[in-house]
Design a binder for this molecule. Structure first.
Ligand SMILES: Nc1ncnc2c1ncn2[C@@H]1O[C@H](COP(=O)(O)OP(=O)(O)O)[C@@H](O)[C@H]1O
Ligand SMILES: [Mg+2]
Length: 440
C-alpha cells in the first residue's frame, strides 16, 4: 500500500468493517488510493456498512466530525442527512451515477457554521466481480465562483435600478449642450451679420464720401465759372467770358464721365454689345498704348492664335484695357516690362481666384502684367473698391479697377488680380467666348 496511508489511518481502518489493509480486495485498494491521493474533496463509502474513507480535502468539509468519521459507517456519522442521502445511496448502489449542482452545505462546526456551495457527484464503484460495492462522492467547492456570480448579479441589479435615472441625467445634459450650441450658433450668426453690416457701411461711406468729394470739386469749378461770367456780364465784358464757359463745360463733362463710370461699376450702364475679334481690338489700341505707357517702359504684345470672338461693348473693353495699362505705367516709374496677352481659356469652378462664383466654360483671357512695385496684401484686398486709391489727389480716382470689375461682371466674365510686392502685378480679364448661333 502506498505511503499516503498514514500508519494511524491504516490502524483505524483495521478496526473497521474493512479490516486489515493486507486483506483488502484490489478494487478497494485502488479506490482508496485514488481518494486519498486526490486534492479534490472525495469520500468513498465501502461495503454493506458504507464505511467512510476520505482525504484531507474532504476532512475540512467534515468539520468536527473528523477524525472520528474516518472509518465510521456513513449513516452513523451523518444521521442528519439520512433523508437526503437514502435515495441517492439506493440509486448509486443500483448502478446509477448522480450529480447535483449548487448544493448548499453547512460545515458541522461547534464554534461557527461555515457555509459552502458544492457541486456533488456520486458514482458506483465495483469489486472484481463487477458488483457494486461502493460509492464515490466527489465534492467540488464552488463558493468563490458563486460569490463572484452573486456580486455580478448584485451589480447588475443596481445598474438596472439606476439606469433610468442615469438615462435621464444624460438626456438632460445633452439637451443642455444642445441649447448651448444653438445659443452659440445664433450668437455667431449675429456677430457675422454685424460684421457684414459694418463692412457694408464702411464701403458705402467710402463710396458716398468719394462721390461727394469729386462732385463737389466739379461743382465748385462750374459755380465759380458761372459766378465769374455773371460779374463779367454785369461789367459789360461779355466778350471775355469764353474761357469761363469752357471751364464750366469741362467741369460738367468730368462730372458726366464720373457718373458714367459709377454707372458701369453699379452695372446700370447698358452695354452696347457687338461680337468682336479680341486681337483686332488690342492691335488697334497699340498706338494709344505706346503713347500712354511712357518711354522707359517696354511693351510686349503676345496675341494668341485663333482667339475666339467675344460679344461685348467695344468702348468699355478699350477703356478697361487702357485703365490697366495706366495702372501698370504708374507702378513702373523707373521703367520695366508691360505685357498684354490674349489667350483662349477654359475655366472650371476652381480655375481662378475670383470674388464671384465662376461658371465653367470657354473664355477669352486678356492679361495685362507689369514688373512694377506690386501691391501689399492690404492694397490688394481693397484694390477693387470704388474710390480706393494709393495715388496722390488729382492722379488717382480709385475708379479704374472697380469699373473693370463691374464691366467684367456685366459681360458674364471675371477678373483675377495677383500681385507681389517688388515683383509685379498681373490682371486677367476673362470674357465669355461668343458663339455665333447663326453659323452653328
Ligand atoms: N498694376 C498695379 N501695380 C501696383 N498697384 C496697382 C496696380 N493697379 C492698381 N494698383 C493699386 O490699386 C489701386 C486702385 O487702382 P485703380 O482702381 O485703378 O485706381 P487708381 O489707379 O485711380 O488709384 C491703385 O491706387 C494702386 O494702389
Ligand atoms: Mg487706375
Amino acid at each position: 500500500m502506498s505511503a499516503v496511508f498514514s500508519a494511524s489511518q491504516l490502524d483505524t481502518l483495521a478496526h473497521s468493517p474493512l479490516g486489515k489493509v493486507s486483506g483488502w480486495p484490489q478494487s478497494l485498494r485502488t479506490s482508496a488510493q485514488l481518494v486519498l491521493n486526490s486534492p479534490i474533496p472525495m469520500l468513498l463509502l465501502w461495503g454493506e456498512q458504507l464505511t467512510q474513507v476520505y482525504n484531507h480535502a474532504f476532512a475540512e468539509l467534515a468539520g468536527h466530525k473528523h477524525p472520528a468519521a474516518f472509518s465510521q459507517p456513513f449513516q452513523l456519522c451523518w444521521p442528519e442527512y439520512s433523508a437526503y442521502s437514502q435515495p441517492i445511496i439506493e440509486a448509486v448502489l443500483a448502478g446509477h451515477s448522480l450529480s447535483y449542482v449548487d448544493q448548499y452545505y453547512v460545515v458541522p462546526d461547534r464554534q461557527h457554521a461555515t457555509e459552502r456551495w458544492l457541486d456533488l457527484t456520486f458514482s458506483p464503484v465495483c469489486d472484481e466481480q463487477g458488483t457494486v460495492v461502493g460509492i464515490l462522492m466527489i465534492a467540488v467547492q464552488i463558493s468563490t465562483r458563486r460569490t463572484a456570480l452573486k456580486k455580478t448579479a448584485k451589480a447588475l441589479r443596481e445598474l438596472n435600478d439606476t439606469l433610468e435615472e442615469r438615462v435621464n441625467e444624460r438626456t438632460q445634459a445633452l439637451a443642455q449642450a444642445n441649447q448651448q450650441l444653438q445659443h452659440e450658433m445664433h450668437e455667431r450668426e449675429r456677430v457675422e451679420d454685424a460684421l457684414l453690416h459694418a463692412q457694408k457701411m464702411e464701403a458705402v461711406g467710402q463710396l458716398t464720401g468719394g462721390i461727394a468729394h469729386d462732385f463737389n470739386n466739379m461743382l465748385t469749378g462750374i459755380i465759380a465759372s458761372l459766378d465769374l461770367m455773371k460779374r463779367y456780364i454785369a461789367a459789360g465784358r461779355s466778350d471775355e467770358i469764353d474761357r469761363f464757359t469752357d471751364a464750366a463745360v469741362s467741369s460738367a463733362q468730368r462730372a458726366a464721365a464720373l457718373t458714367h463710370r459709377l454707372l458701369v461699376f453699379s452695372r446700370r450702364q447698358s452695354l452696347d454689345r457687338k461680337p468682336l475679334d479680341p486681337n483686332v481690338l488690342v492691335n488697334s489700341l497699340q498706338a494709344l498704348f505706346n503713347s500712354s505707357k511712357g518711354a522707359k517702359i517696354q511693351l510686349v504684345l503676345e496675341l494668341g492664335q485663333d482667339i475666339w470672338p467675344v460679344n461685348t461693348d467695344t468702348g468699355q473693353l478699350e477703356s478697361a484695357l487702357l485703365n490697366l495699362i495706366i495702372n501698370a505705367r504708374d507702378a513702373m516709374p523707373d521703367g520695366g516690362t508691360l505685357s498684354v496677352k490674349t489667350t483662349n481659356s477654359f475655366l472650371d469652378g476652381s480655375a481662378i481666384n475670383s470674388l464671384e462664383a465662376v461658371e465653367s466654360g470657354d473664355y477669352v483671357m486678356f492679361e495685362v502684367s507689369d514688373t512694377g512695385t506690386g501691391m501689399s496684401p492690404q492694397t490688394l484686398a481693397k484694390a477693387f473698391d470704388p474710390f480706393f486709391t494709393t495715388k496722390p489727389v488729382g492722379v488717382g480716382t480709385g475708379l479704374g479697377l472697380s469699373m473693370i470689375y463691374g464691366f467684367a461682371q456685366q459681360s458674364g466674365g471675371h477678373v483675377s488680380l495677383t500681385s507681389e510686392m517688388g515683383v509685379g502685378t498681373c490682371v486677367r480679364v476673362y470674357l465669355p467666348r461668343h458663339v455665333d448661333e447663326t453659323q452653328a
